[in-house]
Write a protein that binds this ligand. Structure first.
Ligand code: SF4
Length: 335
């Protein structure tokens, strides 16, 4: 049997005891086999509703870790490629986050940490322990407002662009936002939004010239991007939002519309295929996530072939408890 046949055969054999989840940035070769496709928020919510004993997560490591934190007793979380880390998530390490937060709180101000879901379990644990929460790009505005209400300011990590763009969306003055120097952090009494200097290499590459070129080539076209893109790009386009928002934006546009999309290319290709003949979907620029691409049909087939004995993703209880608290605060605030 080849790997495709193994996947089909093992899915039939396990039936409802197996659920395969896949992020929108996975390639079609993987999406063909998943039972639930979604963005980070949708997939996090799905975990709590699944009865399957084996949950295979096709995405990057922090997603499998989050699933392992949210899973129920007796469930096993697996990932076909444990080395598929997220470059952005690796830009914030738990020890550094703890150190920076301590310094920002040095003058007695209650600075609340808010971590994007694209972060390690260790970072989520520090954030949960320090009274903070997790957010996704879909609920970043709600969660930043929530965090602002909890204390005197917010440390938003790890994505500086999402922090800045969300600050704009909820009206935090530019003068109150500061990029944190994580090597020599200093408190700034005037700042209320401290932005960690991380970024996503896929979305950080979009530049003003991409928007100018699309406007010149197709003056009637719409442009939508992910809020992990730089602020000057986000401010120059027609709309910005999470992966789910982008999918809805394309779906709701009238037939005949041309839409440039600035996000990971697997999703853009899928949208172009889905709406072919009705709407024209173009890449604002093409960018693939190398980490997501590490999950392949071969690795999925190999995992399924030995699922009974595969070592599931496990996180230490000392991390699980505070990290779950940070995730739960998000799910409660956005219920
Ligand atoms: S697209 Fe960016 S944020 Fe998403 S997994 Fe890849 S590196 Fe991480």
């Amino acid at each position: 049997m080849n790997y495709q046949e193994i996947i089909v055969s093992r899915k039939q054999e396990f039936g409802s005891r197996l659920a395969i989840l896949g992020h929108h940035y996975q390639s079609d070769s993987i999406i063909n086999y998943v039972d639930h496709v979604g963005d980070s928020l949708e997939l996090a919510r799905t975990i709590g509703q699944l009865d399957a004993e084996h949950i295979v997560f096709c995405g990057v490591w922090f997603m499998a870790e989050s699933a392992a934190i949210l899973k129920r007793e007796g469930q096993k979380i697996h990932t076909p490629e444990p080395n598929a880390t997220c470059t952005m998530a690796e830009m914030a390490q738990a020890m550094t986050v703890r150190k920076v937060l301590k310094i920002l709180r040095g003058t007695g101000r209650n600075i609340i940490p808010l971590t994007y879901v694209n972060s390690t379990a260790g970072v989520k644990a520090v954030v949960g322990e320090m009274g903070g929460a997790v957010c996704t790009s879909a609920n970043a505005r709600t969660m930043l407002s929530w965090a602002m209400d909890q204390g005197d300011g917010v440390l938003f990590l790890p994505d500086k662009h999402l922090a800045y763009n969300t600050g704009s969306a909820i009206g935090i003055p530019v003068a109150k936002r500061i990029l944190v120097d994580i090597v020599n952090p200093t408190d700034d009494d005037d700042a209320t939004l401290f932005m960690w200097p991380g970024y996503c290499p896929v979305h950080d590459m979009y530049i003003d010239a991409d928007v100018a070129r699309a406007r010149r080539d197709d003056p009637d076209a719409l442009i939508v991007v992910h809020p992990e893109c730089p602020a000057s790009v986000v401010e120059a386009v027609d709309a910005n939002g999470s992966t789910a928002f982008i999918i809805d934006y394309v779906a709701e546009a009238p037939d005949g519309t041309t839409i440039y999309v600035g996000t990971e290319s697997n999703l853009v290709n899928r949208l172009a295929k889905e709406y072919a003949g009705r709407k024209t979907i173009k890449h604002l620029d093409a960018g693939y996530c190398e980490d997501m691409a590490k999950v392949t049909v071969e690795k999925l087939g190999d995992l399924l072939s030995r699922l009974e004995t595969a070592v599931p993703v496990e996180t230490e209880q000392s991390i699980v408890i505070p990290a779950r608290l940070a995730l739960q605060r998000m799910l409660d605030a956005c219920a």
